[in-house]
Design a protein. Structure first.
Length: 530
């Protein structure tokens, strides 16, 4: 069994590192972008950090015809090996990489894979442990898993030795019905503890830090409720458009692409109750419980709770960009949303009456992901003539990307008059404190899969609860042409922060969206009078 090592040092603090046991990995879709941009660099980075087992191998599998040598050459180009030590490590890493061409729907591919794995397990002494990463379209998951089962490649005894696991990428279905169908197919061939549904956002250090911030510090938890929190904003913005993914995005849309997974997962981490332990099922129990507490969207008045938009031509970073309908591969009358803003209410004791505002979109002014907790204003101001509404409310911002860190804005006195205040931000930045950027999300998730730790992966009930909330919205939007109150598609200029209706969504509640990166007002001042 892998053993955890507890250590303390003045740079890293209190750390628990676990080296996984020997194993192999098979990547389906190994000729694709995800493998070479994310997966192979992440595995190599684990090797550089000493967190990859010595007895280890990788088999890439895809339809593209390629030799082991050609695959290694392609992988080498993706590795950040710049120093002599890195290059020597890269040579050792690449010598454990292999390739098997084949069609995913042909049994002979899996017979050949079984033969290859038997030989490689013997050569690398990996104890017959392996996992499969399905970096392929979700429509292929069922067939591939069924073929793996028929070939005996996912057989796992009740004791879990040797272990066999499967990582599946999002999207997990298109709606509640398709997600449940896929779940049934997966469970025909795998146990739940063999299925690792990946959401790369959960592998980000700053998303994991939400748990540490909330549950390893006493000072904030007493304030983390409807008595002190006015509202919460979660923003995931992208400056890019759809790139070369029109085929995927036209069928998916922003709500499916971002809300069902990334947005709801961050919401759950921010709002859930403390789990009994830092254990996979205890943590996922609380996330699911929180999602079950979300008030369903009223489908007869969606426009008061949800705004969907589609970008038009505009300018981003000073450069002119096309509108969505002018993008290559997009239907000229497309009704696919590229922006969604939502007002979410949670019906439980902790959050009753506190709105959570979520927004995500493409072709916004800049790339940023953040969670902002806005606290209530002081109930009474002793600083006459300043009233409570003159004082900026305290705000805690968890920056997920790209400037990873935490910022707490409070009121402080500035030099000048007797009553002179300004918001003061206390900032923590990962790269300033730790001298570099955090590890890539896929490093954490690949390592956890090797360790058999499902804490940062999605459980099947979590997927179904998310889809149960969103499927009625998707169905209502399909009828929006006849019933505009069910979700009219709003246009917005590329390079803006979304449609005007998204701003009205908050304005109706007397609030407004934060503009990430905006400077705070310089000062509020007044002279005390007798």
């Amino acid at each position: 069994m892998p053993k955890a090592e507890l250590r303390y040092d003045c740079v890293s603090g209190l750390c628990v590192d676990t080296l996984p046991g020997r194993c192999g990995v098979v990547i389906f879709g190994a000729s694709g972008d995800l493998t070479h941009r994310k997966l192979m660099p992440a595995l190599f980075s684990l090797a550089r950090r000493g967190l990859l087992p010595e007895r280890f191998f990788v088999v890439g599998c895809a339809r593209t015809r390629m030799s082991d040598t050609a695959f290694r050459d392609k992988v080498r180009q993706a590795l950040p090996a710049t120093t002599p030590a890195d290059r020597r490590l890269a040579d050792r890493f690449l010598n454990a990489c292999y390739y098997l061409p084949g069609n995913y729907d042909e049994p002979r591919t899996y017979r050949a894979l079984s033969k290859r794995l038997t030989a490689l397990h013997g050569r690398h002494k990996t104890g017959l442990n392996h996992f499969f990463y399905l970096a392929i379209p979700p429509a292929l998951y069922g067939d591939v898993v069924a073929q793996l089962n028929r070939a005996g490649l996912v057989d796992q005894k009740s004791a879990g030795r040797p272990w066999r696991r499967v990582i599946v990428e999002k999207p997990i279905g298109r709606d509640l019905s398709s997600a449940m169908d896929l779940d049934r197919v997966l469970h025909q061939h795998l146990r739940e503890n063999q299925i690792y549904r990946i959401d790369h956002y959960l592998g980000k250090e700053t998303v994991q830090n939400i748990l540490m911030f909330r549950f390893a510090n006493l000072i904030f938890e007493p304030l983390w409720n409807q008595q002190y929190v006015d509202h919460v904003q979660i923003t995931v913005a992208e400056a890019i458009g759809i790139e070369h993914r029109a085929g995927y995005f036209e069928q998916t849309g922003l709500l499916r692409d971002m809300f069902q997974n990334h947005m709801f997962q961050m919401l759950a981490l921010v709002a859930m109750e403390p789990p009994a332990s830092f254990d996979a099922d205890r943590l996922r129990d609380e996330k699911t419980k929180l999602l079950r507490s979300i008030r369903p969207f009223p489908t007869d008045a969606l426009d008061r709770h949800l705004v969907r938009g589609q970008y038009r031509q505009g300018r981003v970073d000073g450069q002119p960009v096309r509108g969505y309908r002018a993008e290559d591969g997009v239907h000229p009358q497309s009704r696919t949303e590229t922006f969604v803003a939502a007002k979410i209410l949670i019906d439980n004791w902790r959050w009753q009456g506190v709105p959570f505002y979520l927004r995500s979109g493409k072709r916004l002014p800049r790339r940023v992901s953040e969670i902002a907790i806005a606290f209530r204003r002081v109930p009474h101001s002793i600083f006459h003539p300043l009233a409570p509404q003159h004082l900026m409310p305290d705000t805690l911002v968890l920056n997920v990307q790209p400037e990873e860190g935490i910022s707490l804005t409070i009121q402080a006195k500035c030099p000048g008059g007797k009553v002179c205040m300004m918001p003061l931000s206390m900032d923590f930045r990962y790269n300033q404190v730790f001298g570099g950027n955090p590890p890539e999300a896929y490093e954490r998730l690949l390592l956890d899969c090797m360790l058999g730790d499902q804490t940062l992966f999605i459980r099947n009930d979590n997927v179904e609860v998310s889809w149960a909330l969103l499927t009625p919205v998707l169905e209502a939007w399909e009828m929006a042409g006849r019933q505009p109150a069910r979700g009219k598609l709003q246009g917005y200029r590329a390079g803006s922060w979304g449609p005007a209706a998204a701003h009205r969504l908050l304005a109706r509640d007397g609030r407004k969206w934060r503009t990430p990166g905006n400077a705070r007002p310089a000062c509020v001042a007044g002279e005390a009078r007798s």
